[in-house]
Write a protein that binds this ligand. Structure first.
Ligand code: GDP
Length: 440
């Protein structure tokens, strides 16, 4: 995420970081570089200029030049300003209605349908809501089908009326259906066009007036940079929407949209989409995003993701197994699956301070565990719980079955053995033993 921008900001600020004393000329140079980095990331010119002016004023106001660690203070000022620019505190969505009606708007292809599904899934699993999805794209039958596919994936009902060509009537009928059947959130997916046009604006505005949603969200593809900002403006003029959803942040986005949009429409970014899967949705936290942009990682989000997957009961069972030397490949497989559920690997790595920078050119994909999983799947249950019985002929069979080589099987067995020993040591209050082993 935003690798290029992170890189450039890091370089710009690096000059200051190392120095004990900094001159005014130094600061001006650095800020010029910061501005260039923002412009390269497709941040609007005026925003970039205002940004560096504010940072400069703050830096001089706080006497950066005379503090002990001026470099660090500068980084902090830049971080705070970036946070402010992206929206300050995180804002939730209004779910006070019964049902609460959420209207989705945005261009075709921005990710509206996908996000409608993600939001329904999020509200269902994390907020214990009973959502209903309503398909209001009357022009493309495929769009209605797509919403039904999404709905069945996440186990959420989809309301549609293929014979009806009036989106206002469908959305009203959808809300009535929700009321009659005990749904407490209604998410209305609407038709988009490839570019802003009058017919689309009139249609979404009519729906908006007729149903008066608690929450109107504008969905935008973050890959579109400054265009995203212009589209946001056009929709906001008509809808006065409540929040922005930035999608496709998992791609190679430059960051301009994330940084500029808030200050142009003065509406918060509420969620981000980070992949095509239904789980790839995150609440947007400006300060965490600023940390990530400045290469400081995002440990808070990483821990939260880990906690979401953490099951105390399972952990206790696992601990017992390790203590009794019964940790087998099935347990290992479960661990891998839990890590995978936390998100895509590159995204996770980006949350570890410093790791994003180190690994930016390394191609880590979600298939990282594929070979390992294939090998484990080719083992018999007996072999998984007792790897010691895996002799040469079994290794050949497993290699063939998993499409890997005996060498790869050997490697995994060796790693597994080392890991098991290590876990056992940590269990037995063996921190000391481990230190000794590492030293020896
Ligand atoms: P709509 O026309 O606005 O309803 O857009 P769709 O929901 O159909 O999304 C358009 C395309 O973008 C689809 O191929 C989605 O899978 C993809 N997409 C949506 N959100 C994301 C995201 O956060 N990350 C990535 N990589 N792809 C996404």
């Amino acid at each position: 995420m935003f690798n290029n921008l992170s890189d450039k900001l890091d370089k710009a600020l690096h000059v200051l970081k190392g120095h004990g004393s900094i001159t005014e000329v130094n600061v001006a140079e650095t800020l010029k570089e910061v501005r260039r980095a923002l412009l390269d990331a497709d941040v609007n010119f005026k925003i970039a200029k205002d940004f560096t002016t504010t940072v400069k004023e703050k830096a001089l106001g706080q006497n950066v030049l005379t503090t002990l660690q001026p470099g660090q203070l500068m980084v902090k000022i830049v971080k705070d300003e970036l946070t402010e620019l992206m929206g300050g505190d995180a804002e939730g969505i209004n779910l006070s209605g019964n049902p609460s009606v959420i209207l989705m708007s945005g261009l075709q292809g921005s990710g509206k349908t996908t996000f409608s599904g993600k939001l329904a899934n999020y509200l269902k699993t994390k907020k214990s809501k009973k959502p209903l999805l309503v398909a209001c794209d009357v022009y493309r039958p495929a769009a209605i089908d797509q919403l039904h596919v999404v709905g069945s994936q996440i186990g959420v009902e989809v309301f549609s009326d293929r014979g009806n060509s009036d989106p206002v009537a469908i959305s009203k009928a959808g809300i009535a259906h929700a009321k009659a059947n005990g749904y407490n959130v209604v998410i209305i997916d609407t038709a988009g066009r490839l570019a802003v046009d009058e017919a689309m604006m009139t249609e979404i505005s009519n729906i908006h007036k007729a149903i008066q949603p608690q929450e109107t969200l504008f969905v935008v593809d973050s890959m579109t940079g400054q265009d995203a900002v212009n589209t946001a403006k056009a929709f906001n003029d008509v809808l006065n929407f409540d929040g922005v959803i930035l999608t496709k942040l998992d791609g190679d986005t430059r960051g301009g949209a994330a940084i500029s949009i808030k200050s142009v429409v003065n509406k918060p970014i509420k969620f981000i989409g980070t992949g095509e899967k239904m789980e790839a949705i995150d609440v947007f936290y400006p300060s965490r995003m600023a940390d990530r942009i400045l290469g400081m990682g995002d440990v808070v989000s990483l821990v939260e993701r880990a906690q979401e997957q953490f099951d105390e009961e399972e952990a206790r069972k696992l601990q017992k197994k390790i203590a009794k030397n019964q940790f087998g490949f099935d347990d290992f497989l479960k661990q891998i699956q839990q890590i995978k559920k936390m998100g895509n690997m590159k995204d996770l790595m980006g949350m570890i301070p410093g790791a994003g920078k180190m690994l930016k050119d390394v191609d880590i994909d979600d298939d990282a565990f594929k070979g390992i999983e294939a090998i484990i799947h080719s083992m018999t249950p007996k072999e998984r719980s007792n790897p010691n019985i895996i002799n040469a002929s079994r290794k050949t069979r497993i290699g063939k079955g998993s499409g890997t080589s005996v060498q790869q099987v050997n490697q995994l067995l060796k790693q597994f053995d080392q890991m098991s020993k290590m876990m056992k040591m940590m269990q037995g209050g063996g921190g000391k033993k481990m230190m000794q082993m590492m030293k020896g």
